[in-house]
Design a protein around this ligand. Structure first.
Ligand code: NAI
Length: 736
C-alpha cells in the first residue's frame, strides 16, 4: 500500500489528529471493545492503524480481558485505506495495514470483528485478520479494489481463498461487487449473522468463544480451499475477463493473486506474490485511468453549462411524483420499467388497445422474470406493477410532472405529439423527448408554448438495463428543467450527463465517424471480422459490425432513407451531399440481411435470432465487388490503421463537441462513452485516452495525415481545440 503514494488522483492534504481520538477502547465484563473512530467511513489512516495495534496490545496485557471485539463508529465498519493520506505519505507510516492485520491475527486472545454497514477493501482485510466475524444482516462486504485498477494487497487476496471457496474469492475480487450478509455466511466468510445491535451480539459471541483455542482460527494458518475444480474456475475467470474486460489488467492480476494463494507453498510466499502483482498495478496507467473514471462519474451530478453560470447549485428541480411515456415500443416500455422500479407511478400511452396490451404484457414479463430468477419478491413485483397504467387517452396525463415521448423517429409525428402534449398537460409539466438525434429546439420546443419546459432525455437500449441517460438542453430549456431531468436520472439510478443540442448529441454524433471509417475500411481492404477483432482487442465488448447486427442494420437504413441518402434501390454512386459515401450497409438491408433478427447481416448467425457470428463468404463477395466497382485497389490494412481511423476520427469529433460547448467538460464525454457504448473503462474514455495515453500531438499528426489522404472526408478536419493543444504538445516535445 505504500505504493498508493504514487497515485496522483488521490492526492489530498493531510491533517494530523491524535491517535487517541480515533480509537475508543472500553471493557464490557472481560471483553475489550475497540471502536474505530474516523468518521464517516472509519478509514484506516495512520492514527487508526497505530491506535488499533496499541489497543490489541493493551487488551493482551490486561489479565482481566479474555476476548476482544473491533467495531466501527457511526454507520459502517470501515471502507478501507484512507485515500486522503496518500499525498502526505501518511499511508507509508508504520504500522502499515499489512502489519495491523498481522498484529490482530497474532493476538493471543480471540478477536471478533463486528461488521455493520459495510466492510470494504482494507476494512474487510482487517475483518479477515480477526479470528471471528459477526455481521449485521443488512451489512455488506466487498473487495472493490479492481474498480480502481488495483487488488486487495494488504493480505486480502491471500486470506479470502482460505475462508471461502475459490469461485467466490475470484468473483469478489474480479467484480468488486458487494456481498450480502446471507451470502457471506453461506460462503463461510463470516461466522454469524445477527439482527439488532451488532456490537452487543459480537460481545456475547466473544464471551461464548473466549476459551476456544485461537491458533486454528488464524486465517493465515488455514489451508486454501482448492479442489479438483479450481483450475477450471481460473480458466472460466480468464475467459470471462477476455469477454467482458478485455485488455484490463486488474481483473487478471486479481485472479493471479488468488492463483498464487493456491500455488504457493506457504502464506508468506503467497503474500510476496501478492505484493509483486500489486506493484505494477499501482504504478500502471490503467489504475490512473480507472481512478479518473471513478472521480469523473462522481463529478456528473455537479453539472454545469459551459461558462458555469447555470449549474446544479443554483438550479432547483421540480418534484416528479408522476411520469408518463408516449409510445410503448422498445424504448418506451424500458423507460416505463425504469419509473416503476424506482417507485414512481407512470402512465403509458399507445396508439391502440392491441399495441397497449402488447407493451403492458412485455413489461409484466420483464418484472416477472426478475421474480422467477429470485431477484425480486412477488410482493415487490406487484407493488411495482401497480404503479403502471396504460391508456389511449392523453387526458389521463393531467397529473404527470414529466412526459417522455418515445414514438418513431419521425419529425412530423414528434411535432404533432408535442403540440398535443402542450395543449393537454398542466403548464408545469416537463415535456421530454427520447429522440436519438433530432433537433430539440426546432422539432419539439418550437411547436409548444413552453420551450423552457422542453428537453431531451436520451435513454439507451435496453432502457431499463443501460446505465446512461444523456439529457439534452435546448437553447431555451430552463435551469429548473435541466435540474429536473438530472434529478430524475438520479432517481432512476442512471449515470446522467447534461449536454447541449446538436444533431445526434454527444454519443451518436461521435459514433458517426467511428462507424463511417469502419465502413470505408471495408471498401479499401478489410473485412467486418477483421475490423471487429481490432476493436474488441482494444477492449470494446463488441466490434462495430457486431453491434450493428445486434441493433439491426435496418435502423440506420431507415434513418438514411428519411434524410434522403438512399435515393434509388441499389444505387451505387459514391457521394452524397458532396461527401464520400459507402453503400455496403444499404445493399445488405436490400438483400434482407438485417442482422441477428433475420439470422444474417454483416455475419451469418445460422438462424433467426442466432447469437454466434460467423464471417460470411456472401458478404465478403459483396464487399469485394463493391470495392472493385468503386475503383478501390484492395490492400492489407494493419490493425494500427484500423484502430487509428476508427478511434481518432471519433476523438476529433469529441474535441469539436467540447469546443462548441455541446459538452461542458471532457469527463461528460468520457462517461457517455463508458456507459453508453462500452468504451473500455481501463483507458478512461476517448478524451482521457487521447490526452493521457496517446498524446494530443500524435493524434493531431495522424488527423492531418488521414485528412491529406481523404480530402473528401470532412471528419478528418482537425478540431481547433485539438489543433491548438496538439501543436502545443508537439512544440514542447521538440528540442528547441
Ligand atoms: P419502436 O418502433 O420500437 O416504438 C415506437 C412506439 O411508438 C410503437 O410502439 C408505436 O406504436 C408507438 N407510437 C407511434 N405513434 C404513437 C402515438 N401517436 N402515440 C403513442 N404511441 C405511438 O421505436 P423505439 O426503438 O422504441 O424508438 C423510439 C424513440 O426512441 C425513437 O425516437 C428512437 O430514435 C429513440 N431511440 C431508440 C433507441 C433504440 O435503440 N431503439 C435508442 C435511443 C433512442
Amino acid at each position: 500500500l505504500r505504493l498508493c503514494r504514487l497515485l496522483p488522483c488521490f492526492r489530498r492534504s493531510f491533517s494530523s489528529q491524535g491517535a487517541a481520538s480515533m480509537i475508543d477502547q472500553r471493557t464490557s465484563g472481560n471483553v475489550s471493545v475497540i471502536k474505530l473512530q474516523n468518521p464517516p467511513m472509519n478509514a484506516f489512516r495512520h492514527e487508526v492503524r497505530a491506535g488499533l495495534v496499541e489497543g490489541i496490545k493493551k487488551a493482551n496485557e490486561d489479565a482481566s480481558v479474555k476476548s476482544i471485539v473491533i467495531h466501527g463508529d457511526g454507520n459502517v465498519f470501515s471502507a478501507g485505506a484512507d485515500i486522503t493520506e496518500f499525498a502526505s505519505g501518511g499511508n507509508a507510516l508504520e504500522p502499515g495495514l499489512i502489519s495491523v492485520v498481522h498484529h490482530i491475527e497474532n493476538s493471543a486472545k480471540p478477536v471478533v470483528a463486528a461488521i455493520h454497514g459495510l466492510a470494504f477493501g482494507g476494512g474487510l482485510e482487517v475483518c479477515l485478520g480477526s479470528h471471528y466475524r459477526v455481521m449485521h444482516s443488512k451489512a455488506r462486504i466487498a473487495f472493490p479494489e479492481v474498480n480502481i485498477g488495483i487488488l486487495p494487497a494488504a493480505t486480502g487476496s491471500q486470506r479470502l481463498p482460505r475462508v471461502t471457496d475459490i469461485a467466490t474469492a475470484v468473483e469478489m475480487c474480479t467484480t468488486g461487487m458487494p456481498v450480502s450478509a446471507k451470502k457471506a455466511l453461506e460462503k463461510g466468510i463470516v461466522d454469524k449473522v445477527v439482527d439488532g445491535d451488532v456490537v452487543s451480539e459480537a460481545i456475547n459471541f466473544a464471551r461464548s468463544i473466549e476459551d476456544e483455542p485461537v491458533e486454528p482460527r488464524r486465517v493465515s494458518k488455514m489451508r486454501v480451499k482448492a479442489n479438483e475444480f479450481t483450475s477450471a474456475v481460473f480458466d472460466a475467470a480468464y475467459d470471462m475477463i477476455a469477454k467482458r474486460a478485455r485488455g484490463a489488467a486488474a481483473p487478471v492480476f486479481n485472479v493471479k493473486a488468488i492463483e498464487a494463494a493456491v500455488n504457493s507453498k506457504s502464506y508468506e510466499e503467497g503474500l510476496e506474490r501478492e505484493h509483486g502483482l500489486a506493484l505494477p498495478l499501482f504504478v500502471g496507467s490503467q489504475a490512473r485511468a480507472l481512478q479518473y473514471a471513478f472521480f469523473s462519474e462522481r463529478k456528473l451530478p455537479k453539472w454545469e453549462i459551459p461558462g458555469g453560470a447555470v449549474n446544479y447549485k443554483n438550479s432547483t428541480p421540480i418534484e416528479i411524483k408522476e411520469g408518463a411515456v408516449i409510445g410503448g415500443g422498445t424504448m418506451g416500455s424500458g423507460i416505463a420499467i425504469c419509473f416503476i422500479t424506482s417507485g414512481i407511478p407512470v402512465k403509458l400511452v399507445e396508439v391502440n388497445q392491441e399495441y397497449l396490451d402488447k407493451t403492458l404484457s412485455t413489461i409484466r414479463k420483464v418484472i416477472n422474470t426478475k421474480v422467477e430468477k429470485g431477484r425480486l419478491s412477488p410482493e415487490k413485483a406487484d407493488q411495482q406493477l401497480s404503479l403502471l397504467q396504460g391508456t389511449l387517452n392523453y387526458n389521463d396525463l393531467k397529473n404527470a410532472d414529466i412526459v417522455i415521448e418515445a414514438v418513431f423517429e419521425n419529425l412530423e409525428l414528434k411535432k404533432k405529439i408535442f403540440k398535443k402534449l402542450d395543449e393537454t398537460c398542466k403548464p408545469e409539466t416537463v415535456l421530454a423527448s427520447n429522440t436519438s438525434g433530432l433537433d430539440i429546439d426546432q422539432v419539439m420546443a418550437a411547436v409548444t408554448s413552453r420551450p423552457g419546459k422542453v428537453v431531451g432525455t436520451h435513454f439507451f437500449s435496453p432502457a431499463h438495463v443501460m446505465k446512461l441517460l444523456e439529457n439534452i438542453r435546448g437553447k431555451d430549456t430552463s435551469p429548473e428543467t435541466m435540474a429536473t431531468v438530472m434529478d430524475l436520472g438520479k432517481k432512476l439510478k442512471k449515470v446522467s450527463v447534461l449536454v447541449g443540442n446538436c444533431p445526434h448529441f454527444v454519443g451518436n454524433r461521435m459514433l458517426g465517424p467511428y462507424g463511417t471509417e469502419a465502413s470505408y475500411l471495408l471498401e479499401e481492404g478489410a473485412l467486418p471480422h477483421e475490423v471487429d477483432q481490432v476493436l474488441e482487442d482494444f477492449g470494446f465488448p463488441m466490434g462495430v459490425f457486431r453491434v450493428s447486427d445486434l441493433a439491426g442494420i435496418d435502423v440506420g437504413y431507415k434513418s438514411r432513407k428519411d434524410f434522403g441518402l438512399i435515393t434509388r434501390e441499389g444505387q451505387d454512386d459514391r457521394f452524397r451531399n458532396g461527401r464520400r459515401y459507402c453503400p455496403v450497409a444499404d445493399f445488405l438491408v436490400e438483400r434482407g440481411r438485417l442482422g441477428q433478427k433475420s439470422g444474417k447481416g454483416w455475419y451469418n448467425y445460422g438462424k433467426v435470432g442466432g447469437r454466434n457470428p460467423q464471417p460470411d463468404p456472401e458478404v465478403e463477395q459483396l464487399i469485394l465487388e463493391m470495392s472493385e466497382k468503386a475503383g478501390f485497389k484492395r490492400r492489407r490494412i494493419t490493425p494500427l490503421e484500423i484502430l487509428e481511423r476508427c478511434l481518432y476520427s471519433m476523438i476529433n469529433e469529441g474535441f469539436k463537441i467540447l469546443e462548441e460547448g455541446i459538452a461542458s467538460r471532457q469527463e461528460d464525454i468520457d462517461m457517455v462513452w463508458l456507459y453508453g457504448y462500452g468504451w473500455p473503462r481501463h483507458t478512461g474514455g476517448p478524451m482521457y485516452y487521447a490526452r493521457n495515453q496517446v498524446g494530443l500531438g500524435r493524434i493531431y499528426e495522424r488527423l492531418l495525415y488521414y485528412q491529406a489522404l481523404n480530402p473528401d472526408v470532412p471528419h478528418w478536419e482537425p478540431s481547433g481545440l485539438l489543433r491548438d493543444e496538439g501543436m502545443a504538445k508537439l512544440f514542447r516535445s521538440s528540442k528547441l
